[in-house]
Design a protein around this ligand. Sequence first.
Ligand code: AGP
Length: 610
Amino acid sequence: MCGIVGYIGSQQAPSILLEGLGRLEHRGYDSAGLVVRTDGRGTRALRVAKRAGRVRDLADGLPKRFTGTAGIGHTRWATHGPATDVNAHPHTDAGQRVAVVHNGIIDNASALREQLAADGVELVSDTDTEVIAHLVARSPADTLEGKVSDALSVIDGTWGLAVLHADFPDRIVVARNGSPLIVGVGDKEMFVASDLAALVRHTTTVAMLDDGELATVTSGGFTTFRHDLTATAKAATRVDVDPDAYEAGEHASYMHKEMLEQPAAAERMLRGRLDERFGATHLGGLNMEPREFRAIRRVKILGCGSAYYVGQMGAGLIEDLARIPADAEAASEFRYRNPIIEPDTLYVAVSQSGETIDTLLAVQEIRRKGGRVIGLVNVVGSAVARECDGGIYLHAGPEVAVASTKALTNMFLGFALLAIQLGRVRDLSIADGRRLVTALEALPGQIEQVLAKEEEYAAVARTLAEAPSLFFIGRVRGFPVAREGAQKFKEISYRHAEAYQTSELKHGPLALIDPALPTVAVVPADDLTERNVGALHEIAARRGPLVVVTHDGVDLGGVAATRIDVPRSEPELDPILMTLPLQLLAYHAALHLGHDIDKPRNLAKSVTVE
Ligand code: AGP
């Protein structure tokens, strides 16, 4: 949540900062701002421009001669105080000698604000961040590093932050604690950012700070240190990324691009991991021996939002294929119930960004209590990936749209690979293993077939978009599909979309069925088809409009419904193919309603605050 970018060198900073902010806007988009160190003769000073609204509003309203060769910028997702010009970052002290941009939350901000106010400091914003600027300005230390360190020593909470100080014009000081901060190395120029996306057009030589680490960044290089100012001597390394992967290209939105990338992303995910001969999978990153796999008695999956729903699909796969009790839980709730951590449970953290604070804190809770946790993570080197004992990288490529699609598909594939691995050291036969490996090999092509029907789904979506409220229903394997379908629909269309187990309808929700409330039903060809079709009749009898995601050949018993057929896989793998049309329904409903697809209101890509 929120994005930070910084530059120091010989080029004009504002255009570099604005371009970087544009690339980070998906992380927070209710206000934006930047500060530059002016390079004129006389007293070097800081100039700030900030406002509520999008980065393009900031760029359009930038004052004339807003120049400088060092600066920091921010795009905000509001936590403390509404999205106003004053609450936008950067925040400064009263004399505007210090400017700070900050991601994260300061837990003791109220107490610090009171103390500062009692000392006569006038706080102008509602934010927690402003206190950092005042604390840095008031520190008696004679170096900027010392001042920042002093300020952070009284702060509780999380931060990725960057500080510019008029009295120390040759440097930017940055710090990380729970919120990513990356230093990018250029040729006699240096960059800082909260996300690689803002750097890749300039440099792919980077150093990622660890929690508790700070760095001094000058145009000539950087040095890293701890809060007590002792050096950590971190070196920069080259990351293997394709800058074009961060562009939307010919697509109208990142979400559209990312949905269509799913066949290729799925292929990357499976490459080198399938063993046809033994009907098994290769997952070297787990760092586990077959004996250790055998010792697992339970699997607990933790993730948030859509990652949690795919985790539910994953739990189903593990129970089906490995016959190990498995369940998924919202990581955001997990640590607050003082969870019992069992030595023979395998904990699995699942996250696209690897930054989601609730998932990260759940991982830390498990490890603190001695549990073994593996990660299914997309962003290489992210906090969750680094905290886990091992893992499976998702290889989905950068995902920019707030609504996650290709990463979720690859999470499902990750769970399928894990379930086969766990199954094959138990009772999953070689024949069954081969059956699933063959089905996985066919999946990228089948994903492509589903996506090719986009226009068909678009027409259905336009009808659904007219309804203020919708149900998504499914049973057993189909229920997490329905949950994810409802999540995607509400996230970008802003329609009220609720998921129920089909079997639960009669226990309450059926009261809401009428001609104005459509139901999207997930009805695979499986043991429950007849029962599912029975429920469709009950809905139709109450004149509820129906869209049914199903398989070719499933007899819906003459019920009046719009039918979406997806290709059949093996029953265990059906959920992912049934999820794809639901992504496209959400996308086309939002498009029809004229919403900003990639930046839905009130949300941000990575949830890095509790
Ligand atoms: C997905 O469309 C959502 N934007 C959201 O629920 C997301 O899946 C969740 O916040 C978890 O993010 P993560 O995968 O980066 O941890």
